[in-house]
Design a protein around this ligand. Structure first.
Ligand SMILES: Nc1nc2c(ncn2[C@@H]2O[C@H](COP(=O)(O)OP(=O)(O)OP(=O)(O)O)[C@@H](O)[C@H]2O)c(=O)[nH]1
Ligand SMILES: [Mg+2]
Ligand SMILES: [Zn+2]
Length: 346
């Protein structure tokens, strides 16, 4: 069967398109204070952004010193997880600028990747940079949404980054949710993704999650209220992390975490806790990119009778045939076509 994959060059182009779009959305930052101060080149350090909101940016230097920084104008958007170059501001007589604002971000280092999402009015919003693993957190309350999981998986495949799926709150299992959980686990494990069932309340799956987070930078993503911060707090009990309430009727969260924040774990693991979403729309630049995002669907790419097959009504469609033969999950195929429809509508 013919297979077409995105080349490294195409993937680089996608990433660069995303960065360019972000550059256009750049916000203008106030630099009035920097103007009276000279930057001291000899103080140049590399640091990693641990949280960033508006003009507030906290970073961590290579020797784990936490510093508050100002941002030089025209740098473009900076995301949690970015590696940055920082210099100290001095006045004409060489004195260090007092207070929190003496560190100035003068550059963003080249990114390995950048997770972005569609924000208000279609704007491209950076979520986090230099991600090795996307941890898609779902729960029994609020209920898992397979379309949301699939959209996150397309983002992971295109970053590229590993993907891990957590089904949290399994202490709430009943007859119906057990069926949903089993089906989801079977589906995604069958495709080669790791799925961990966990309960913070009953201490289930925590060691497995800790293990899966070693030696890479992971970001926890998902709906508000699924327990992302609870997972981080369980692994890092000494960190000050806010846990929210959920509405009793729907189990929906109350958007407790408002800013992404980066924490160190054992075994060189780094975890970024991110604010819960109502929805997540990955930024896809082409149908090829959407296809690349579905690793079970992309196996059949290029095998349809017509090279421009829309996989809907044409005869000889290899994907529809795969669904009929039980080789491709119908729900996944529907979600693939749905994402393409949404892309075409835009
Ligand atoms: N029953 C049950 N409740 C849990 C579990 N894990 C977390 N919770 C509860 O779920 C609620 C939401 O938890 P958070 O950790 O704040 O959720 P979050 O995903 O970080 O939410 P946002 O920050 O709003 O995105 C809290 O009331 C937690 O106590 C679990 O395993 N079982
Ligand atoms: Mg949270
Ligand atoms: Zn087809």
């Amino acid at each position: 069967m013919a297979k077409r994959k995105l080349s490294k060059q195409q993937q680089r182009r996608i990433s660069s398109n995303q960065n360019n779009r972000i550059a256009k959305n750049r916000s203008v930052r106030d630099q009035s204070e920097n103007d009276q101060w000279q930057l001291d080149e000899s103080s140049t350090r590399t640091a990693r952004v641990i949280s960033h909101h508006g003009r507030q940016l906290f970073a961590e230097t290579e020797d784990r010193e936490k510093i508050k920084c100002k941002i030089r104008q025209n740098l473009g958007d900076i995301a949690c997880g970015d590696y940055i170059v920082v210099q100290q501001a001095k006045n004409a007589s060489g004195d260090l600028k007092n207070g929190d604002s003496q560190n100035v971000v003068i550059a963003i280092k080249e990114r390995q990747n950048l997770l972005v999402k569609t924000g208000f009015a279609g704007a491209v919003k950076p979520v986090a940079a230099n991600i090795g693993q996307l941890v898609i957190v779902t729960a029994l309350k609020p209920k898992p949404n397979p379309y949301l999981i699939d959209r996150y998986l397309t983002a992971a495949e295109n970053l590229p980054a590993k993907a891990l799926i957590i089904i949290n709150k399994v202490d709430l299992l009943d007859h119906e949710t057990r069926r949903i959980t089993d089906n989801l686990s079977e589906l995604y494990q069958g495709m080669g993704y790791r799925v961990i069932c966990s309960s913070i309340n009953q201490g289930i799956g925590i060691d497995e999650i800790s293990d899966a987070l070693s030696n890479t930078t992971s970001i926890l993503v998902g709906l508000s209220g699924v327990g992302k911060s609870s997972i981080v707090k369980e692994i890092l009990p000494d960190e000050e992390i806010k846990i929210g309430e959920t509405s009793t009727a729907t189990g929906e969260g109350k958007h407790t975490t408002t800013v992404s924040a980066l924490y160190h774990l054992k075994d060189n693991g780094i975890i970024i806790d991110s604010p819960g979403v109502r929805d997540f729309t990955p930024i896809n630049n082409s149908i090829d990119e959407i296809t690349h995002g579905f690793k079970d669907v992309r196996k059949f790419y290029g095998a349809c009778k017509f090279s421009n097959c829309s996989h809907t009504t044409e005869p000889g469609c290899a994907m529809k045939q795969a669904v009929a033969d039980g080789e491709l999950n119908e729900q996944r195929f529907k979600n693939y076509l749905r994402l393409i429809d949404e892309f075409n509508e835009k």
